[in-house]
Write a protein of this length. Structure first.
Length: 175
C-alpha cells in the first residue's frame, strides 16, 4: 500500500476518536501530507533534473565524439600540410640561393659578352669601311668591264668585216 492510502486509513480511524483530538490529528495529518507531497515533488524534480542532466551529458558526449571524428583527423591533416608547406618554403629558399649563384656567373659572362660586343662593333665599323672601299673598287671594275665589253663588241664587228675577204683568200691557200 502506498503512504497515501495508509494515511487515509489512519485518518478514518482517527475520526472515531474524540473531536478535539480529531482536529489536532487532522492538522498533524495535513501537515504530514504536505510534507510528504513536498518531498515527492522534490524527488520528482530531482529525478527529472537528473534525467535531463543525464540526457544532456550523453548528448554532449555523443556530440563530442562526432566532433572528435572530424576535428582530430582535420588537425592531423593540417599538421601534415603545414609541415609540407614548411618543406616547400625551405626548398624554395634553397633553390633561390642556387639561382643567385647562377646569376653571379651569368653576370660575369655578360661582362665578357659586353667586351666582345664592343670588339664586334669596332670590327663592324672596319668592315663597313672595307665594304665601302670594295664598293668603290667594284664601280671602277664595272666601268673597266664595260669598256672591255665595248671593245669586244668592236672586235666582233671588225671580225665580221674581215671574214668575207678571208674566205676569198682561203681559196688561194694550200692548206
Amino acid at each position: 500500500m502506498s503512504n497515501n492510502s495508509k494515511n487515509q486509513d489512519k485518518s478514518n480511524s482517527d475520526e472515531s476518536t474524540s473531536g478535539s483530538e480529531n482536529s489536532s490529528k487532522n492538522e498533524y495529518d495535513d501537515s504530514f501530507n504536505v510534507e510528504v507531497n513536498e518531498k515527492r515533488i522534490e524527488d520528482r524534480i530531482e529525478n527529472s533534473i537528473g534525467e535531463s542532466l543525464d540526457k544532456l551529458a550523453s548528448g554532449f558526449t555523443d556530440s563530442a565524439r562526432r566532433w572528435e571524428m572530424i576535428v582530430y583527423p582535420s588537425l592531423v591533416a593540417f599538421i601534415i600540410l603545414a609541415a609540407y608547406g614548411f618543406f616547400l618554403i625551405y626548398s624554395l629558399t634553397k633553390d633561390v640561393h642556387y639561382v643567385v649563384e647562377d646569376m653571379h656567373k651569368i653576370t660575369a659572362s655578360m661582362d665578357k659578352i659586353v667586351v666582345n660586343m664592343n670588339v664586334v662593333s669596332k670590327n663592324m665599323v672596319l668592315m663597313t669601311q672595307t665594304v665601302d672601299s670594295q664598293s668603290a673598287s667594284m664601280r671602277e671594275m664595272v666601268y673597266h668591264v664595260r669598256g672591255m665589253n665595248m671593245s669586244m663588241n668592236q672586235m666582233r664587228y671588225d671580225m665580221s668585216n674581215v671574214s668575207r675577204p678571208m674566205s676569198f683568200m682561203n681559196d688561194f691557200l694550200p692548206w
